[in-house]
Design a protein around this ligand. Structure first.
Ligand code: HXC
Length: 510
């Protein structure tokens, strides 16, 4: 009996070594952890339950029958993050470069199915060279099985991808269909085809970092939602994100102890808006003063900075914040900002996370670059996302809410539940200068008349009261009471019951 037990331990030890000590050392020398080290760090200590440790590939081509390694390049299983169940898989770069074989795909599929059946988030950690080249179509079939499951799980359980090394070829599409992608600076990159293929096809010379490093994907392509300096920091930040998310679309939103009273007033908010309407201020200050203990997990912080999206909590319960950022392009809505916020709003709506929107927007960005780039459709994405969302929607207009952007930013007309405005709000078709130049075009050469008309327009329209007179604004509130008002509103809306007409699915302007 003792021998049998020892044999299990011996086999486990071999499996845990993956591709061997030399490859583990090489991994460490590159500043990367191994698949198992990553899982151990990510999950609560000692909570990992591994599946399929002894699975091997079945390939015989190219001498593969002589090269079988237990686990076949991916470590899978489940564990907990702060006590809540999550499923995980982590590609093991020390085994055939983490490449995907038929057997490797079956391991991932098993945890995907279990995560969906048991309604828990799934986290995939990538460090891999794409399809197992020796396997051909069996690997392609395996990828498609994984992709299909990503789609079926989308909107049912949170899916998160963490890129911690190469992620190329077939490996990129599964992350692309998950809810969030995080990368590690300098050691991770994602692309469909690598620098060699790029050189052959387009004759461009480019490094892996230039083609698909964390900087590219967090600032230009917007493929990644965040990047951190090393494996440890990245995994800890993803743990932080998981804490904000419900287990599934039918699970309650996580609630944690709240140590900051919601009845305290914050008088500093009364002077947040500068006297000069054209002067910027940092909208993140407002988010941090409304969120419990200023704890805010920002999504896509380095992309389309004219809009800010992320998670926080109010009275211990998760909310999604969306806010125009006057510090960048005066908070204007352009194609990138619209796409970024639309995706975030839809994520919140999928998972029943209430949305708090702070509005200070001068309109949509004019110009050929925007129009040729499809601003109409991109802007419509955000409009569509807010309009279809049935979660509690609370909106505070702090300053400008001009034109179509007023409508788009969770206005009353898009089923906003609570629409507040600060006394500094200016809700109008456009700013005074633009309005006067159009209405009084014949007087444009007379600065005195133009100044008088501008003042008239400002006095009549650039306030919250015209909208409040019509009930488009539920109440004009003191800035210092914003956290209390929102907390009470969120509580009142806890049992909100609203659904859209039955449909197979909508047809958002993609
Ligand atoms: C089998 C692979 C492999 C692969 C790497 N390895 N990629 N084995 N299939 N796809 C093995 C290597 O042979 C090597 O084995 C070990 O992994 C480490 O690889 P190195 O090249 O030594 O490492 P490095 O220099 O860090 O380069 C990593 C890499 C490179 C950039 C990922 O290996 C690479 O370019 N691999 C091929 C990428 C690729 O073209 N994949 C196919 C994509 S097509 P030893 O034994 O020496 O340690 C695809 C289509 C699917 O995925 C589409 C579905 C939609």
């Amino acid at each position: 009996m003792k021998d049998i037990l020892e044999e299990l331990e011996r086999r486990r030890d071999v499996a845990r070594l993956g591709g061997g000590q030399a490859r583990i050392d090489a991994q460490h020398q590159r500043g990367k952890l191994t698949a198992r080290e990553r899982i151990d760090l990510f999950l609560d200590e000692g909570s990992f339950e591994e599946f399929d440790m002894f699975v091997e590939h079945r390939s015989t081509d190219f001498g593969m029958d002589k090269s079988r390694i237990a686990g076949d390049g991916v470590v899978t299983g489940w564990g907990t993050v702060n006590g809540r169940t999550v499923f995980v898989f982590a590609k093991d770069f020390t085994v055939f470069g983490g490449s995907l074989s038929e057997a490797h795909a079956e391991k991932i599929i098993k945890v995907q199915d279990m995560a969906l059946k048991n309604r828990a988030p799934i986290i995939g950690i990538y460090d891999a060279g794409g399809a197992r080249i020796q396997e051909g179509v069996a690997a392609l079939g395996g990828y498609a099985e994984v992709f299909q499951r990503n789609v079926l799980a989308s909107g049912v359980i949170p899916q998160i991808s963490v890129i911690m090394g190469p992620c190329a070829g077939g490996d990129v599409y599964s992350p692309a269909m998950t809810d969030f992608i995080f990368m590690v600076r300098d050691t991770s990159y994602m692309f469909v085809t690598g620098p060699d293929v790029v050189k052959t096809v387009t004759n461009e010379t480019v490094t892996s970092e230039e083609l698909g490093g964390a900087t590219v994907h967090t600032t230009r392509s917007s493929i990644a939602d965040g990047a951190y300096d090393n494996d440890v920091d990245t995994l800890l930040q993803v743990r932080r994100l998981v804490d904000f998310l419900p287990q599934s679309n039918t699970s309650p939103i996580p609630e944690i102890e709240c140590y900051q009273s919601v009845t305290d007033v914050d008088n500093s908010l009364d002077t947040l808006i500068p006297a000069n309407a054209n002067k910027p201020y940092d909208i993140k200050e407002l988010i941090q003063k409304v969120a419990d203990e200023g704890d805010f997990f920002e999504i896509q912080a380095s992309f389309a900075k004219n809009i800010v999206c992320g998670f926080g909590r109010v009275e211990g319960s998760t909310v999604g914040f969306v806010a125009n950022q006057p510090m960048v392009l005066a908070g204007v809505l352009d194609s990138d900002a619209s796409r970024k916020a639309a995706r975030f709003v839809r994520f919140c709506d999928c998972f029943n996370i209430p949305i708090v929107t702070f509005v200070d927007v001068p309109g949509f960005l004019p110009g050929t670059a925007q129009e040729y780039g499809g601003l109409i459709k991109h802007g419509a994405k955000l409009l569509f996302a807010y309009a279809e969302a049935t979660v509690p929607k609370l909106t505070v207009i702090t300053r400008k809410a001009f034109g179509g952007a007023y409508d788009v930013m969770a206005s009353k007309h898009l089923r906003g539940d609570l629409n507040y405005a600060w006394p500094t709000a200016q809700i109008a078709v456009m700013g005074a200068k633009g309005a006067v130049e159009i209405i009084f075009r014949k007087d444009i050469a007379d600065p005195e008349k133009i100044a008088t008309y501008t003042k008239m327009y400002e006095d009549r329209f650039l306030s919250p009261f015209v909208a409040a007179e019509r009930g488009y604004i539920d109440e004009v509130i003191m800035p210092h009471s914003t956290r209390r008002r929102l907390a009470r509103g969120l509580k009142m809306l806890k049992n909100k019951d609203l659904s859209n007409p039955w449909k197979k699915h909508d047809n958002i302007p993609l």
